[in-house]
Ligand binder design. Structure first.
Ligand code: ADP
Length: 205
């Protein structure tokens, strides 16, 4: 795929800034980027955190891997190139949601460091990209296997399955590291809330 900026395409700035939207929302626009093996708990934790944030009147949205592959990214498969393009598009959508002042949660395996870095770079190091490493050993994930994916991968029905027949590059310096084989869902949610409160991402007036 050729990515090019056209010389005659210009950026039209809005009169309303992200900071204006954040003031209205009483929280920052941030991306919580959940990465980890299939069945490590990304979707479960994103949904659980969203429930708590919603109760606190935060504006939230979850970009879930499977859901996005039904629509925006339905043309993409699971080759390294397609996985990279998948993440690039999601990174752009997350960036737009951040600009809307929304707390967005991205729940994708996103196995390659370089791809996650592309998504991170869009926030220009302003701290609003929060990498959440949802960490559980592959054998535990395989025991959970809520969607029967590991079984299919072992049988060779699913090719290029992360952790079995495709690599997973764990984050080197995630902002939040959750061991879901050692801590409950509510403990993991509490950890994330503490992180968000400490940095005043939520509860601003
Ligand atoms: P993923 O989105 O990473 O593919 P899911 O959230 O769909 O994973 O599935 C994770 C499974 O692990 C669920 O069945 C969930 O109930 C279970 N689980 C057990 N402990 C935890 C935990 N601490 N955090 C998240 N999920 C957990």
């Amino acid at each position: 795929m050729i990515l090019q900026k056209k010389a005659d395409v210009h950026w039209h700035p809005s009169q309303i800034k992200r900071s204006d939207r954040e003031r209205l929302n009483t929280h920052k626009g941030i991306t919580l980027w959940f990465t980890g093996l299939s069945a490590s708990g990304k979707s479960t934790l994103a949904v659980a955190l969203e429930m708590v944030l919603h109760e606190r009147k935060c504006r939230t949205y979850i970009l879930d891997g499977d859901n996005i592959r039904h629509g925006l990214n339905q043309d993409l498969g699971f080759s390294p190139e397609d996985r990279t393009e998948n993440i690039r598009r999601i990174g752009e959508v997350a960036h737009l949601l951040r600009d809307c002042g929304i707390i967005n949660m991205v729940a994708f395996i996103s196995p390659y460091r370089s791809d996650r870095q592309i998504a991170r770079d869009l926030c220009k190091n302003d701290g609003t990209f929060i990498e959440v490493f949802v960490d559980s050993p592959v054998d535990i994930c395989e025991t959970r296997d809520p969607k029967g994916m590991y079984k299919k991968a072992r049988e060779g029905i699913i090719k290029e399955f992360t952790g079995i027949s495709a690599p997973y590059e764990h984050p080197e310096k995630p902002e939040i590291h959750l061991r879901t084989d050692q801590h409950s869902v509510s403990q993991c949610v509490d950890n994330m809330l503490v992180y968000l409160e400490d940095r005043q991402f939520i509860g601003i007036e």
